[in-house]
Design a protein around this ligand. Structure first.
Ligand code: ATP
Length: 199
């Protein structure tokens, strides 16, 4: 799966609409300190559903919205879109190109879009689970992450290996099925009580 395009608008230091086109092969982002290189990586993690402002180097989610500078007023919304090549069908959807978008307004309102149609965060999490781009994804290795993995608890390391092995999706589905079964069992018990009362 190849990342083809990143579009940022109002995200952190990217006040204006900015399009980053990625050619096949290795891409290196270079620039002076504080020029926004890490903000690009933050944008990728954010659009993929990152929920922790701290891991995006902020204190609240609003911190991802351009906060203004000496020459520019703050903006009211941050939006990031990521376009992935899905020619090989790694993502379980019928599109050959997949664009995921996330936006957030200062009011706190936020949206997720899949190929420009509204969707839920859960849909995106399901879409990316087992691809390495999921919540426990291994596609983005941040500074200090290697040390963290080596010193992490066995269960945390296991979660990473499971994501790489591609079984997270099935584990999640099993958990949901078990929950439904438990609910159904409770309904059956209740039904039994009602039948007992009627007899
Ligand atoms: P380094 O090489 O030092 O790691 P970098 O190129 O990775 O730097 P970033 O950390 O991506 O730089 O960007 C930091 C810049 O982004 C700072 O100048 C900071 O003021 C700016 N910035 C972060 N969040 C916002 C925001 N919400 N609004 C405006 N600017 C922001």
């Amino acid at each position: 799966m190849v990342l083809k395009r990143i579009e940022l608008n109002g995200f952190k230091s990217f006040a204006d609409k900015t399009e980053i086109l990625l050619s096949p092969g290795l891409t290196v982002v270079v620039g002076p300190n504080g020029s926004g290189k890490s903000n690009v990586a933050d944008a990728i993690r954010w659009v993929l559903g990152e929920q922790s402002p701290r891991s995006l180097r902020g204190s609240k989610m609003e911190d991802v919205i351009f906060a203004g500078s000496d020459r520019r007023k703050p903006v009211g919304m941050a939006e990031v879109s990521l376009t992935l090549d899905n020619e090989k069908g790694m993502l379980p959807v019928d599109y050959r190109e997949v664009t995921v978008t996330r936006r957030v307004f200062r009011s706190g309102e936020s949206d997720y879009l899949l190929n420009r149609s509204p969707c839920r965060l859960r849909d995106l999490q399901e879409l990316f689970s087992d691809t390495g781009l999921g919540r426990e994804g291994i596609s983005i290795i941040g500074q200090g992450r290697v040390d963290e993995v080596l010193s992490s608890r066995p269960e945390e390391r296991r979660a990473l290996i499971e994501e790489a092995a591609g079984i997270v999706r099935y584990r999640n589905r099993k958990r949901e099925a078990v929950k439904k079964l438990e609910e159904t069992e409770q309904h059956l018990i209740r039904l039994g009580d009602i039948i007992g009362e009627l007899q």
